[in-house]
Design a protein around this ligand. Structure first.
Ligand SMILES: Cc1ncc(COP(=O)(O)O)c(C=O)c1O
Ligand SMILES: *[C@@H]1O[C@H](CO)[C@@H](O)[C@H](O)[C@H]1NC(C)=O
Length: 527
C-alpha cells in the first residue's frame, strides 16, 4: 500500500486531496444535519418563541461563519505546518475541534470554574484572569464568596456534617483513602463495603445491592454485562451519556423513544417485538427499557407508573437510573418510586449514584439476589476496578442513617421537607417572574431557558459578578437551540439565600432579556 502510494501520479494526488476536501465538507454538512435534527427534536418538546429561534439560528450562523473565515486564514498562514505532519493523520482536528476553538473557548470562563471550599450553600469561587482573550485562564489568590446554585448537593451532605464528618474521618484513620485493589482481590472488600451494600439494599427496598467506585461506570459497565448481541435496548431520548455509552458498548440493538412519552414507548416496543431481530427476524433474546428518575438537564420526573405498566404488559425488563432522584425526592428520600407510588419490585434494575444527595462518590445497582450474584461474577467494574474508597463508603452509610433517622435525630426528615419546600418555592417564584422554567414540582433541578448563545456568558458572568454561581449548559449537552441555565436547589439553602438568589436572577433576567413568558411587565415584589 505504501509503495503504491509513493508512485501515485499527480492525477491521483489531486483525487486524494479532492476527496480530503470533500470529507471535510461532509463534516460540516453533518454538523448542519445535527443542528437541523436538534431543532426538529426540540420543536417537539419545547415551544420556542419564533423570533428567538430565528435570532438563535442567526447567532450560531454568524459564529459558524466567522469561525470558518478565521480558520481559512489560519490555514493560509499556517500552511507549512500542515506539510510537517510526516504522514500522520491529525489527532485532534475535526468538527469537535472547530466547535471548541470557535465557540466554546470564547466563553470558557463560564465553565469549569475552580472553587476552594466545600460545595455548600455558599462557596469560594477562585477568581481567574487571562492575558490572551480568555484562551487560557490563570488562577489568582483571590476568591469570591458566592451563593451556590450549581452543585447536586440536594440534602446538604456535601459539606461538613455533625453526624457524617467525624465518622468519615474515623474511617479514614482506620482504613485508608484507597483500598488499592479490586473487590475480588485480597483485602479490598472491607467491612464497610459489606455494610454499605446492605444499607443501600435496605434503603432502596431491594433484596440486594452492589456498589461501584463511580456512578458513570456503574451504567457504562453494567449494561454490556446484561445486554448483548440479539438483545434490544429501548432508551429514553434524553438519557445520560453513561447510559448511551453503556448501551453502545453492549452491542445490543438500540432504539430510542421520545423523551418521557409512554405512548411512543409502546409504539416502538410493539413494532420492534413484531419485527424481531434484524435480518433473521428471530425473537429478541432480552428487551430492556432504560429511563431516569429525574432528568438532570430537564428537571423532569419520569412518568414511571405509565412506563412500568407498558413494560409489564409486554414483559420487558426495566432499568431505572435514579442518580438525581434517590435521596432527593420521596417522603423518606427513597426516590421516584416512593414519590410516584411505584412498587420497587416492578423495577427490575435500580441504579443510582452517591454523588448527589449523599455527598460522596460512587454508584449502585440494586435488584434480586440472583442478579447481584451474577454481576459479582461477571461485571468488569467489580472484578477489575479498585473498590470504592472506604471514607466515601462511610459517608454514604452515615448519610443514609441520617436520612432514615437512624442517627437518633429528625434531621433527615427536616432536610427532606426543606428541599421540597425550597424547590417548590424557588420554582414558583421564577415562574412568576416570567422565566421559562422546565421540569416538575418537587424536582430540585430547574433549568431556565436562555436559547441565544450570547445569553449564556451574559447570564453566567452577570450572576457571578453579583455573587451567585450558576451552571449554564449548551450544545452538545443540550440540543443546539436549547441552551439553558440549570439551577440545583439544596436543603442547605436558607430562605434568605433563596430570596437573594431570586433578586439577582430577576435583575439579571431583565438585563439579559430571558423572561420569555412575561406577557406584560409585572412589578416584582423582589425589586
Ligand atoms: C442520570 C445520571 N446517571 C449517571 C451519572 C454519572 O454519575 P457520577 O457523576 O456519579 O459518575 C450522572 C451524573 O451526573 C447522571 O446524571
Ligand atoms: C473573558 O472573560 C471575562 C469574564 O471572566 C469577560 O468579562 C470578558 O469579556 C471575556 N473576554 C472575552 C474576550 O471574551
Amino acid at each position: 500500500m505504501l509503495e503504491s502510494l509513493k508512485i501515485q501520479t499527480n492525477h491521483f494526488k489531486l483525487h486524494i486531496s479532492l476527496s480530503h476536501t470533500l470529507s471535510k465538507y461532509s463534516n460540516h454538512i453533518l454538523l448542519l444535519i445535527a443542528i437541523f435534527k436538534s431543532h426538529h427534536k426540540s420543536k417537539k418538546m419545547i415551544a420556542i418563541p419564533y423570533l428567538t429561534a430565528l435570532t438563535t439560528y442567526f447567532s450560531y450562523g454568524l459564529l459558524f461563519a466567522f469561525g470558518q473565515f478565521r480558520d481559512f486564514f489560519r490555514k493560509i498562514f499556517d500552511w507549512f505546518r500542515y506539510n510537517n505532519l510526516h504522514g500522520y493523520a491529525p489527532i485532534c482536528l475535526g468538527l469537535e475541534d472547530f466547535y471548541i476553538r470557535r465557540l466554546y473557548l470564547r466563553i470558557q470562563d463560564c465553565f469549569g470554574r475552580p472553587i476552594s471550599s466545600a460545595p455548600d450553600a455558599w462557596f469560594d469561587v477562585v477568581e481567574r484572569y487571562s492575558n490572551d482573550n480568555n484562551k487560557t485562564l490563570k488562577r489568582t489568590d483571590k476568591v469570591s464568596r458566592c451563593l451556590n446554585l450549581g452543585s447536586y448537593n440536594y440534602l446538604g451532605f456535601a459539606a461538613a456534617d455533625e453526624y457524617c464528618t467525624p465518622r468519615v474521618v474515623e474511617s479514614l484513620e482506620q482504613y485508608s483513602p484507597s483500598t488499592c485493589s479490586t473487590r475480588v482481590d485480597g483485602g479490598s472488600t472491607t467491612a464497610l463495603h459489606n455494610e454499605l451494600e446492605d444499607c443501600v439494599a435496605h434503603f432502596v427496598r431491594k433484596p440486594a445491592a452492589l456498589v461501584f467506585g463511580m456512578g458513570y461506570v456503574t451504567n457504562s459497565a453494567i449494561l454490556p454485562v446484561l445486554m448483548g448481541k440479539g438483545s434490544l435496548i429501548i432508551s429514553d431520548s434524553l438519557n445520560h451519556n453513561s447510559i448511551v455509552n453503556g448501551a453502545r458498548g453492549s452491542g445490543a440493538t438500540i432504539r430510542v423513544f421520545l423523551h418521557n412519552t409512554p405512548q411512543h414507548l409502546e409504539e416502538v416496543l410493539r413494532e420492534l417485538i413484531a419485527e424481531g431481530q434484524p435480518r433473521t427476524h428471530r425473537p429478541w433474546k432480552k428487551i430492556m427499557v432504560i429511563v431516569e428518575g429525574i432528568y438532570s438537564m430537564e428537571g423532569e420526573l419520569c412518568k414511571l407508573p405509565e412506563i412500568i405498566a407498558i413494560c409489564k404488559k409486554y414483559k420487558v425488563y426495566t432499568y431505572l437510573d435514579e442518580a438525581h432522584s434517590i435521596g432527593a425526592v420521596g417522603k423518606t428520600g427513597r426516590g421516584v418510586c416512593e414519590l410516584l407510588d411505584v412498587d420497587t419490585a416492578d423495577v427490575d434494575i435500580m441504579m443510582g449514584t452517591f454523588t448527589k444527595s449523599f455527598g460522596s462518590c460512587g454508584g449502585y445497582i440494586a435488584g434480586t439476589k440472583e442478579l447481584i450474584q451474577y454481576l459479582k461474577y461477571t461485571c468488569p467494574a467489580h472484578l477489575y476496578a479498585t473498590s470504592i474508597s472506604p471514607p466515601a463508603a462511610q459517608q454514604i452509610i452515615s448519610s443514609i442513617k441520617v436520612i432514615l433517622g437512624e442517627d437518633g435525630s429528625n434531621r433527615g426528615a427536616q432536610k427532606l421537607a426543606q428541599i421540597r419546600e425550597n424547590s417548590n418555592f424557588f420554582r414558583s417564584e421564577l415562574q412568576k417572574m416570567g422565566f421559562e422554567v422546565l421540569g416538575d414540582n418537587d424536582s430540585p433541578v430547574m433549568p431556565i431557558m436562555l436559547y441565544n448563545p450570547a445569553k449564556i456568558p451574559a447570564f453566567s458572568r452577570e450572576c457571578l459578578r453579583q455573587n451567585v454561581a450558576v451552571v449554564t449548559v449548551a450544545f452538545p449537552a443540550t440540543p443546539l437551540l436549547l441552551a439553558r441555565a440549570r439551577i440545583c436547589i439544596s436543603a442547605s439553602h436558607s430562605k434568605e439565600d433563596l430570596v437573594k438568589a431570586l433578586q439577582v436572577i430577576n435583575r439579571v433576567g431583565d438585563l439579559v432579556g430571558i423572561k420569555y413568558f412575561l406577557a406584560e411587565p409585572i412589578k416584582q415584589k423582589f425589586d
